[in-house]
Design a protein around this ligand. Sequence first.
Ligand code: 5GP
Ligand code: MG
Length: 179
Amino acid sequence: MKKRVCVKDKEFELFLSEEEIKRAIGEIAFRIKRDLSGAHPLFVSILNGAFMFTAELMRHLDAPHDLVFARYSSYRGMETTGKVIEIMPVTTSIKGRTVILLEDIVDTGTTMQYVMEKLRQAGAEDIRLATLLFKPAALRCNLRPDYVGLEIPPVFIVGYGLDYNESGRTFKDIYRLVK
Ligand code: 5GP
Ligand code: MG
């Protein structure tokens, strides 16, 4: 595990180890299993960022469930644009289903608020949000994630699925920007 990494023009320092991240995901899995075993939920994993979180979470789940992917984008560089772009919608029928959104990080909450409204309009019966990371101080809307891995301060991070201009996604640990 490296203490510092360079991604493009920026330097980042170790912030969360793979071990800490995996422990947090194990706890989310435990809570989801406790709450929703028997509900046959549909997991909707939000690309690109949530791919590592999703893969790790799925290792813990055994009760029947389905998994699909959707893709939304709102970030450019290190900032939110405030606008959400739908790149790949959910194509499966979600009418009457228990849906669990899997997101890498909730920052302003704009993306998840938008996606949850879309799923509601499409007839989902119950919509829950599981996010690996949550920056409560950055939240700009009335959104309460149901399952949170780790709460973090409003810093810019990369790794474990999160990118800086499409680089740095595949680090096993999470790094924060060095000011
Ligand atoms: P929100 O809509 O909540 O403001 O932003 C959510 C999306 O912005 C996340 O899914 C993620 O793609 C991106 N994002 C938010 N904070 C960070 C961060 O610290 N690092 C990276 N790489 N992406 C972030
Ligand atoms: Mg994301």
